[in-house]
Design a protein around this ligand. Structure first.
Ligand code: PMP
Length: 434
């Protein structure tokens, strides 16, 4: 049955089919870290719905929250009306926000995807400031709709309009890396903001990911984030943090901006906040709420099941200290991966924050003009992903050159599961390297 489904869908679906190409499996059941395919094979899922499944697949508290709504007779479709489910979700979400924002936050329900919330955030800062340009960073990924693409980098493979340098320690745009690289990146941004001929003298906002995900799992240094906060604050430019992928504990703090103490003016949230169902919101300081009634609308902004699943997820992460746990476990996994890097010259870099981990694969023999590190090896990365799948491990690729293997396991990952994931990964790496 699985083979037939794969064949039929490959014929029927658009040429833009993505995950279905690299993961030729037909999931029929799932629980926690594990997905079971139609052929009965089990896989450890370190893609987690592109970072959505903070509690893994079908967590009991999520299923229970969804069942409760279904059994209550509550309407499932209510546009953006106020409901008890929405009230509970908003209360739970606001309780998690960085202090300064929580005290003064407004929420705009968007939907249903992360990219919709990015569009809303761009529109919000444009309305509030009366300006247009939004500053964004090389390698950024904010979604696939037109406005989101405008602030994304080349990682989308569609077009690259993001212009400011994101500090990338390993493949540093200034060829120096470390604190010096981040310092130069910050200065470049300052220069663009203050140079009247730069073309963006008065931007409507700045949007950034605290850890670039699709761009190759690149954590921004805390100091650089604080610089971006200071220079946007000094110039009255709203700062938008896209926490679609980094949020809900994944990086070791409930929101990734907390590591640096930075409080953005706008936060874009999706993925894990819906507890595996589609939900996206923008949260922002009330001073930015310049919208007229109806200025932002949309039919699917009241997904009751997603709000219930999301509220249960947020509460579970908070009550069980899963952010802290992700930080500790992620650090241990990074340490083991760094050991692998020492033994395999094809591992150029291992990095991440919490359970958002990237392994950048390189051709150690190769050289490129002016390269200070070996060139990326996307073929090897694809081979490692295939070898992982052969060993029952689902991973994803990302990065500027698609040469970064990304691990986004659920925050409920146990020590034993983490060890199993890394065993399989190490085995796959050794096999693919040959
Ligand atoms: N922003 C970030 C940081 C993301 O990682 C993603 C999705 N990978 C998006 C926005 C877009 O979200 P969606 O795919 O739900 O539109």
């Amino acid at each position: 049955a699985g083979e037939g489904i794969l064949r039929r869908q490959a014929q029927r679906e658009s040429a833009a089919r993505t995950y279905a190409r690299s993961l030729p499996i037909v999931p029929v059941r799932a629980r926690g870290l594990t997905i079971e395919g139609a052929e009965g094979r089990r896989y450890l899922d370190c893609l987690s719905g592109a970072g959505t499944l903070a509690l893994g697949h079908n967590h009991p508290v999520v299923l229970e929250a969804i069942r409760k709504v279904l059994d209550s007779g509550a309407p499932l479709h209510v546009l953006d009306l106020a409901t008890p489910v929405k009230d509970a979700f908003t209360t739970e979400l606001f309780a998690t926000l960085p202090g300064e924002l929580a005290a003064d936050a407004r929420i705009q329900f968007c939907g249903p995807a992360g990219t919709d919330a990015v569009e809303a955030a761009l529109k919000l800062v444009r309305t509030a400031t009366g300006r247009h340009d939004v500053l964004s960073f090389t390698g950024a990924y904010h979604g696939m709709t037109a406005g989101a693409l405008d602030v994304s980098g080349g990682a989308t493979g569609v077009r690259a309009t993001a212009r400011l340098p994101y500090p990338y320690d390993y493949r540093c745009p200034f060829g120096v890396g470390g604190e010096r690289g981040a310092e130069l990146a910050a200065r470049w941004t300052e220069h663009v903001l203050d140079d009247p001929k730069s073309g963006v003298p008065a931007p409507a906002g700045m949007i950034l990911e605290p850890v670039q995900g699709e761009g190759g799992v690149i954590p921004a240094p805390d100091g650089w984030l604080r610089r971006m906060r200071a220079l946007t604050r000094d110039r009255s430019i709203p700062l938008i943090a896209d926490e679609v992928q980094t949020g809900v504990g994944r990086t070791g703090a409930f929101w990734a901006v907390e590591h640096s103490g930075v409080v953005p003016d706008v936060m874009v949230l999706s993925k894990a906040i819906g507890g595996s169902l589609p939900l996206a919101v923008v949260v922002y300081r009330s001073a930015l709420d310049a919208w007229e009634p109806g200025a932002h609308a949309g039919t699917f902004r009241g997904n009751q099941l997603a709000m219930a699943a999301g509220a249960a997820t947020l509460a579970f992460v908070r009550e069980n200290g899963l952010a802290e746990r992700a930080g500790l476990l992620g650090a241990r996994m990074l340490a083991r991966l760094q050991g692998l890097a020492a033994a395999h010259p094809c591992v150029g870099d291992v990095r991440g924050r919490g359970l958002m981990i990237g392994v950048e694969l390189v051709d150690p023999e190769g050289t490129g003009p002016g390269d200070h590190v070996p060139p990326p090896d996307p073929e090897l990365a694809a081979a490692v992903r295939r070898a992982c799948l052969d060993r029952g491990l689902i991973v994803e690729l990302g990065g500027r050159h698609n040469a970064v293997v990304r691990l986004l396991p659920p925050l409920t990952l146990t020590d034993e599961q983490a060890a199993a994931v890394l065993d399989r990964f190490a085995d796959a790496l050794a096999a693919a390297e040959k």
